[in-house]
Write a protein that binds this ligand. Structure first.
Ligand SMILES: [Zn+2]
Length: 325
């Protein structure tokens, strides 16, 4: 540019420059989105599995409350020749691309997946979401809110413990605790209490934190299902027959749930389900045209992934664009 430019020319140049940079930025964002999508699609697009291919659609790592590192788990799954897997770390929608990349390096097909903490009718229900688009913001926003509220609860517990004379934890320990994934914080609190000599007898460390106000942070089930659907995912009720603090669904309760929330399916095959429960959920899914999944809920090497046959989850896999033949 030189001094002989008129005001109009200068304004025009400014507009041109702005447009140019704007289009460059848009291009960069598009490239980033495309690259992410490419990684996400690469591992499962055009995937064809044999009916007896080994799959496990519920696994956890140190990204939530597991003890496997993602690398250790992926190495194990590759060694054991799994045909398809899903790492479903609690409320971690943000790690999908990282996991896909790690798995892609080892040629392991891995679905974008997450287990969301929800509540329905005042009780806990975990929801497995498969095949979401990580670029859509609805699910990550809900997941971030869980992290925020669980951290708040952890702080509150510590404050209440202090009030009853448990001088714990110090600032450094509290920071370290709050930096852990939200699903791990209550477990870490219990472990820390025990290390410091509290709650080793009666009352137990678990009772101490419960009395100090421990609560699992959850989102409303219908809100999560809606966000997941808007992100392109399907939602299955995790371990519907597990109990242990989670809603234990029978056919009647499933009818009630379905009349309120458009869930897509059930995790029929799960280690804690009895044969009767499996038969009932399978039949229920068939009658109501629901998708079915199978997952070990492995959190570490002491409870290993399970080689479920791919055909047990045929309808789900086909919905996600994976063929079984
Ligand atoms: Zn789980």
């Amino acid at each position: 540019m030189n001094g002989s430019w008129t005001c109009g020319e200068l304004a025009a140049w400014g507009t041109f420059r702005k447009r140019k940079w704007k289009s460059f930025d848009i291009h960069r964002v598009e490239m980033r989105t495309l690259w992410k999508k490419k990684i996400l699609e690469a591992s499962t697009r055009h995937l064809v599995l044999a009916p007896d291919a080994a799959i496990d659609l519920q696994l956890h790592t140190t990204f939530s409350d597991g003890t496997w590192t993602p690398e250790q788990l992926i190495d194990y799954l590759v060694r054991e020749q799994f045909g398809l897997v899903a790492i479903t770390d609690h409320d971690r929608v943000d790690i999908a691309t990282v996991l896909q990349q790690l798995a892609a390096e080892k040629q392991l097909p891995l679905l974008a997946a997450v287990e969301m903490s929800t509540s329905w009718s005042g009780e806990l229900t975990d929801v497995l979401c498969y095949g979401f688009d990580p670029e859509k913001t609805a699910l990550p926003e809900l997941a971030r809110d869980i992290v925020r509220r669980q951290r708040e609860n952890t702080r509150e517990i510590c404050e209440n413990l202090r009030k009853i004379g448990i001088s714990f934890p110090n600032l450094h320990e509290l920071d370290a605790l709050l930096a852990k994934p939200s699903a791990q914080q209550p477990h870490e609190l219990v472990a820390l209490l025990k290390r410091l000599g509290y709650g080793t007898g009666e009352p137990s460390a678990g009772t101490l934190i419960t009395d100090a106000g421990f609560l699992w942070a959850t989102n409303d089930l219908a809100t999560v299902v809606d966000a997941a659907h808007r992100s392109g995912a399907v939602c299955l009720i995790a371990h519907p027959g597990r109990g242990e603090g989670y809603t234990c669904y029978d056919a009647h309760l499933l009818d009630e749930l379905q009349s309120q929330v458009p869930i897509d399916g059930l995790e029929v095959y799960y280690p804690a389900h009895t044969l009767e429960q499996i038969a009932m959920y399978r039949e229920y899914a068939k009658t109501h045209r629901l998708l079915t999944s199978s997952g070990s809920d492995s959190h570490g090497p002491e409870k290993k992934p399970i080689k479920y046959r791919a055909e047990l989850s045929r309808s789900l896999l086909e919905r996600l664009g994976i063929q079984i033949s």
